[in-house]
Design a protein around this ligand. Sequence first.
Ligand code: ZN
Length: 285
Amino acid sequence: MVNGLSVDVEDWFQVGAFEGVIDRAAWDALPDRVVRNVDEILALFAACEVKATFFTLGWVAQRHGPLMRRIVEAGHELASHGWDHARVFTLGREAFAADVERARKVLEDASGVAITGYRAPSFSIDQRTPWAYDVLAEQGYAYSSSVAPIVHDHYGWREAPRFAFRPLDGSDLVEIPVTTAEFAGRRLAAGGGGFFRVLPYAFSRWAIRQVNGTDRRPAVFYFHPWEIDPAQPRVPGAPLRSRLRHYTNLSAMAGKLEQLIRDFSWGRMDELARREARQALDLAA
Ligand SMILES: [Zn+2]
């Protein structure tokens, strides 16, 4: 069972938890950590001989063209994480279409490859954005991995399927939700984030074994470059809950990631989307 490995490429100051205290207009003046962190991730993936998908902000691609080319030259998939991390449900249909079009053009110009995958910032496609998949299909995306079928304080679409589905009639567009685990009567996003970084690694291993063994489906895992960076600048004035969530266990993250990569089989999201369409969706139809 080959699972999907993904990195959401944004810098430490672009996370949703800090949007109330860091002004977007200040971004260009803040210390850049994304290049060194992504290069470290590329080295880890090379050492583990694994390929992955890098869902990257257009804002980052515009400033770091050589990094985009290093990702592609190493055999990874470059995909879109939107322009500047505006969550989809805060945009209307027109603004969302402009956001994803602008991001894709800059990613394609920087890398020289076609962009066919999309991940919404903070898994922000949900019941409030019924137009989002129409926009992605119109713009030629093959798949999206933008849904968390859970309830969470920042995100979640409880009614969404847990595994790959086709959100539109008459379109091949595939949605691959982030992996969830049912634990103590709750459904949790078990494909990364605080679940992976804050809880002991054994929880994540258990969750992925459940998905692969009991559900017999591939897991989808994600992390961020800032999660492996204990030396990132600290954000004063952020809410305590955000700071706890953001800074816990950063120094242990790289070792945990290496363990995860070695304990399971991983690959790119575009390949996972094609396999899911063939093996799960087309056969069921
Ligand atoms: Zn993100």
